[in-house]
Design a protein around this ligand. Structure first.
Ligand code: SF4
Length: 387
């Protein structure tokens, strides 16, 4: 049976507050029956507070709506993110005063409070999950939708997969991309050829390894799989292979499996705000121009379904190519616009497919618009006299 995904469009029929996105978020919280579900629960509201000068993360107006709903329902809310981002969160507008509840680091100020979950995957033996997340009885996963250099896009899965693990595990998840061998030094003993391979990449994505002479190191985040390096590399020396790229998305799905396994059924829900969508993650510490039009706000109890719905809605939108930084190039025009930017092996849908295989949710969903603009009778603007 398809999972319901509630949706509030960024479009309005009339210029009225009750048609705006925060108002539609309230309607979604009603449809999710959030107030009825949180009585006496300790509720973690997991957001990404961004870093440094970022200003495109979920605005405090939205977070405060969720905090208020939890309080209305008799729950005890706190907002949480990794310590690195929480440290300066008040500078970006996230404080007890603005949100109406405390802001805590997920694993303590030094990320020393965690629970280890054994689950072998490539280079990872155990997943060190943030203590506060595991200790809470209810979690609201509130994500900002944007592109991501490792996997194409970040939203509900990404917010939990990285944001609920400590730094050691986050690093290991990125390292999973290096687990399967891609450089075969025995086929390229010539240093000058290795330099030509590095010089062939306009994104500085492949470099000579500083610590191991003769080895090449691929920065998967920067690689868009254009293939220029393969035209220079001797046969058999270099692989630009989906298996490496896909490892990160599979690791994200496994991480979310670990996180969700600590909650009783019905004790998690997911919200995603698809506005000011930038090419890369909010952890970069700045906000660049949006590359897609604002889509709206989404809510569902099914993490697979919500990411799937976000991708389908944003995938129908036109990439705003004039807003792209000049360092990025579009070299494929197939699939989701985030894939155009980050390359065919970073298909943003993959994480949902891995998630569905792990039984975390359904790729089938029903998108329910909580206030379709077509059903609202248009009205004049009214308060601006036209001459
Ligand atoms: S495939 Fe393209 S982006 Fe990736 S390392 Fe090779 S040249 Fe660089």
């Amino acid at each position: 049976m398809p999972s319901p995904v509630y949706f509030g469009s960024a479009r309005q029929a009339r210029l009225e507050a009750n048609e705006s996105l925060p108002a539609k978020l309230d309607m979604i919280l009603d449809r999710l029956h959030l107030r009825d579900r949180v009585k006496n629960e300790t509720v973690a509201i997991k957001i990404h507070t961004g870093n440094n000068l970022g200003y495109s993360t979920v605005h405090p107006v939205f977070v405060r709506k969720v905090v208020q709903a939890v309080k209305d329902g008799g729950g005890k809310p706190f907002v949480t993110d990794i310590s690195w981002d929480v440290r300066g969160a008040y500078e970006r507008g996230y404080s007890t005063e603005t949100l109406g509840c405390p802001v805590f680091p997920t694993a303590g100020p030094d990320e020393k409070y965690f629970y280890a979950h054994p689950r072998p995957f490539k280079n990872i033996r155990e997943w060190k999950m943030a203590g506060l997340i595991q200790d809470t009885t209810f979690m609201i996963n509130f994500a900002h939708v944007k592109g991501h250099p490792s996997c194409g896009f970040g939203a509900a899965f990404k917010n939990l997969a990285l944001g609920c693990m400590i730094g050691e595990t986050r690093g290991a998840m990125h390292d999973a991309m290096h687990f399967d061998r891609y450089w075969f030094a025995e086929h390229c003993p010539d240093a000058a050829t290795r330099q030509r391979i590095a010089a062939s990449c306009p994104h500085a994505a492949i470099v000579e390894d500083r610590d191991q002479p003769g080895e090449m190191h691929l920065h998967f985040e920067q690689c868009n799989q254009c293939g220029r390096c393969l035209q220079v590399a001797p046969p058999g020396s270099l692989k630009i292979d989906p298996v490496n790229f896909h490892s990160f998305q599979e690791a994200c799905a496994i991480s979310v499996e670990q996180v969700l396994s600590t909650f009783a059924p019905g004790k998690t829900t997911h919200l995603s705000l698809a506005t000011h969508m930038t090419p890369v993650c909010d952890c970069f510490g700045f906000t660049s121009m949006p590359i897609l039009p604002d889509a709206g706000v989404f809510g569902s109890d099914d993490i697979v379904a919500i990411d799937r719905a976000v991708l389908d809605v944003t995938g129908r939108m036109q990439l705003i190519e004039e807003n792209l930084p000049t360092s990025l190039e579009v070299h494929t025009r197939q699939g989701h616009p985030f894939r155009w930017l980050h390359g065919p092996y970073k298909d943003p849908y993959l994480v949902t497919e891995y998630g569905a295989q792990l039984g975390l949710g359904s790729c089938e969903y029903e998108l329910i618009d909580v206030l379709p603009v077509e059903q609202i009778e248009r009205a004049p603007i009214g308060y601006i006299p036209a001459r």
